[in-house]
Design a protein around this ligand. Structure first.
Ligand SMILES: [Fe+2]
Ligand SMILES: [Fe+2]
Length: 305
């Protein structure tokens, strides 16, 4: 037990927010970059683009075609709003994939056997390829002040603080499972075909990341400390997802601040409550796959799901 604690404590130094999410992409080492470009050239399915449409997803994706606040914007304001939301979708994917490098590294070091080390080595390599696929479709560099999602705060925290089983439940089962439905929805509604190809390719890998999490979660016993961590981080993760305000913020960037009443009407128009309910149901279904010690009923009792 002590050894296990010491291991998790020792690894914390690798998990500052800067290290996990914001380490510079460009090493300035041109030879290394060429080597990587050539390797990624063989491993990615879509090359770097130099021209992009204004946005990859139209207003329908967000239900904005039914929103009076959105429809009241002029053509340019609408274009900017859709472009901004495209940037947010790509950035969230980019930051999740980026954090996967450190996640893989931590799990390789905490692996119990060679099979698990191999699993997480593949995992880290796949997240590096996914990140590159996203970079190949970005005209901007994600910026934490403009393109952040509150879920990333929880992800950074659990990756730093989480014991091995906590990480398997929260990152692999829950976050990867959420990632699958996020990517699948984005893939289906994406209007830029190279990007659509990328989503369907990435989804196959994410299904293995999530699936291996379910297998490992059901294979190992979870101790009391881990149970408490899993419960707390799952709650935080669901709250962050429920309380994000991307859509309101995107409209307010163009329209100026909305009143409380306007926000309420806006969210009703885009059926936001239904989206949140469907999301909670999906999360519940995911957690039922690893529900051997009463996690789902604990969350229900706390009215989280
Ligand atoms: Fe990924
Ligand atoms: Fe993944």
């Amino acid at each position: 037990m002590n050894n296990k604690k010491n291991e998790t404590e020792a690894l914390k130094i690798f998990f500052s927010e800067d290290e996990v999410f914001h380490i510079p992409t460009d090493s300035k080492n041109k030879v290394l970059q060429q080597l990587l470009e050539s390797a990624f050239g063989k491993l990615t399915i879509e090359p770097k683009k130099s021209e992009f449409p204004n946005h990859f997803w139209s207003e329908k994706r967000y239900g904005f075609d039914k929103s009076k606040s959105y429809l009241a914007l002029d053509v340019q304001q609408k274009q900017r709003t859709l472009r901004h939301l495209t940037e947010l979708n790509l950035s969230l994917s980019y930051f999740i994939e980026k954090s996967g490098h450190n996640y893989g590294a931590k799990m390789i070091l905490l692996a119990k056997n060679q099979d698990e080390k191999a699993l997480y080595s593949l995992f880290a390599a796949e997240e590096a390829i996914h990140q590159k696929e996203f970079i190949n479709h970005m005209w901007f560099t994600p910026n934490k002040d403009i393109h952040w999602h509150p879920m990333l705060d929880v992800l950074g925290e659990v990756m730093c603080e989480g014991e091995r089983n906590t990480l398997i439940y929260v990152v692999q089962v829950l976050l990867e499972g959420f990632g699958m439905s996020f990517y699948s929805g984005l893939g289906e509604s994406c209007e830029f075909s190279p990007m659509r190809n990328v989503y369907s390719r990435i989804l196959q890998d994410e299904a293995r990341h999530h699936g291996s999490g379910v297998i490992l979660a059901n294979f190992y016993d979870v101790d009391q400390n881990e149970k408490e961590q899993i419960f707390e981080y799952t709650k935080k993760f669901i709250h962050a997802l429920q309380n994000a305000s991307w859509f309101v913020n995107a409209i307010e960037r163009e329209s100026g601040p909305m009143s409380i009443e306007e926000k309420k009407t806006f969210l009703e128009n885009i059926s936001y409550e239904e989206t949140l309910t469907a999301r909670r149901r999906k999360i519940r279904d995911m957690l039922l796959k690893v529900d051997s010690w009463g996690l789902v009923s604990m969350l229900e009792k706390d009215k989280v799901i």
